[in-house]
Design a protein around this ligand. Structure first.
Ligand code: FES
Length: 397
């Protein structure tokens, strides 16, 4: 049996070499036609034997991917590649994308988030985006908000074309529609925090949820009320739905609320379960005024330590596998400090969301800047993008 696998491995390696040679003989245009994109999803289950061989380290995933990629640029053994099918502006500064995956997405749900990767001039950029829809035919929807100076968001909004292929990470996140919500659900979103909540709202309404639902979206300008046409349509279709906007950068009119979140905005809103998504400051101030059931997701970090209230304390940082030790401080994250000293740890969102920077804490104490919680258990997994050392620290990196 072992001899057989050894022979298969050798054969496969030779096939890779042959295909690699052949690849140079054909143009990309010809290769694109070898397998239609629509087949990739249907063929994905047939790759299971190869996945098993890779899992046992009898084949290298990179070699398998090379062959699959030769057959179609979006085909991979495990990695999620997605074809851009449609683009639609849903606000002045937000673009909705419809993508079709290659069959490697595993149990994705609206309201979760995925990491999106784009390579530009040799630099791999990435950012986390929420899933607004996950269709049974493999299509998904994301929405990208423009960030001033944001390399990735500006590229996606201004240059990404229908027909291009992007890479996505696997979906993660636990935000979900409340199970016990007969007395109603309240959704509070600020800016692009609307996107996961809209995904859950669409799914709940389509699934027959008929208790009262109120969506309150905070924006700076009226032109940033994303998906307003769709929301008007949902309002007309579902009498249990109420949608309101709060405007902070223009004078509020009609039934709009004025300014950023304040406790009085909660008055008169029905719903005993609250779903909340927005920047850290927004989420923190709503939390202060809500005593009921709550799920929250935030997409920005609090300041690690207020510059006014803290001064840098020198400490020793040690990165075991990199055999690096240097003098650091208690003001910035382990990821930032490692990068400043030449390390290139794997990372994605830099916001504590995607888990791609997770490392093992071997000794010392770190503070998670999202919650303020301290971690000091040796062997504990920490996300180094949101972990600030509180003393000498040893990390398995
Ligand atoms: S980089 Fe995403 S959790 Fe740290």
């Amino acid at each position: 049996m072992v001899a057989f696998w050894h022979f298969s491995e050798q054969l496969f390696t030779e096939m890779v070499a042959f295909w690699h040679f052949s690849e140079q003989l054909f143009t990309e245009a010809v290769l694109m036609t070898l397998i239609p994109f629509a087949w990739l999803r249907a063929l994905s289950p047939w790759l299971r034997p190869l996945r098993a061989l890779v899992a046992r380290a009898w084949l290298r995933e990179a070699d398998v991917d090379q062959v699959l990629q030769w057959l179609h640029p979006a085909w991979r053994l495990n990695r999620v590649m997605a074809l851009v099918c449609a683009r639609e502006w849903v606000a002045e500064d937000m673009l909705a994308l419809t993508l079709r995956g290659n069959g490697n997405a595993r149990n994705w749900q609206p309201g979760q988030h995925v990491q999106l990767f784009v390579e530009q001039a040799g630099v791999r950029l990435s950012r986390s985006y929420s899933l607004i829809a996950v269709h049974a035919d493999g299509r998904i929807e994301l929405a990208i908000k423009r960030h001033a100076g944001g390399r990735l968001s500006n590229y996606l909004l201004d240059h990404l074309a229908v027909g291009e292929v992007l890479e996505l990470g696997q979906a993660s996140g636990t935000l979900h529609w409340p199970q016990q919500a007969s007395s109603g659900v309240l959704l509070l979103a600020a800016g692009s925090g609307l996107t996961p909540l809209l995904g859950l709202l669409r799914q709940a309404l389509a699934g027959g949820f008929n208790a009262p639902v109120t969506l309150l979206h905070y924006v700076r300008k009226r032109s940033q009320r994303a998906f307003s046409l769709e929301l008007q349509g949902l309002l007309a279709q579902y009498p249990n739905l109420q949608v309101r906007w709060a405007i902070s950068g223009e004078e509020a009119a009609g039934d709009e609320l004025s300014g950023r979140f304040q406790a009085s905005h909660l008055q008169g809103l029905t719903g005993s379960s609250l779903l909340l998504c927005g920047p850290h400051g927004f989420v923190a101030s709503v939390r202060e005024h809500w005593a009921g059931e709550l799920q929250a997701e935030t997409f920005s970090l609090p300041l690690a330590v207020s510059a006014a209230s803290a001064s840098a304390t020198p400490l020793q940082l040690q990165f075991k596998r990199s055999q690096l030790q240097f003098s650091g401080d208690n003001l910035s994250s382990l990821l930032e400090q490692a990068e400043q000293h030449g390390l290139r740890p794997a990372h994605g969102c830099r916001q504590g969301i995607c888990a791609s920077c997770t490392c093992t804490l071997l000794s010392g104490v770190v503070r998670d800047v999202r919650s303020g919680a301290l971690f000091n258990e040796p062997g504990q997994a920490i996300r180094i993008c949101v972990s600030v050392p509180q003393g000498d620290v040893l990390v398995d990196l």
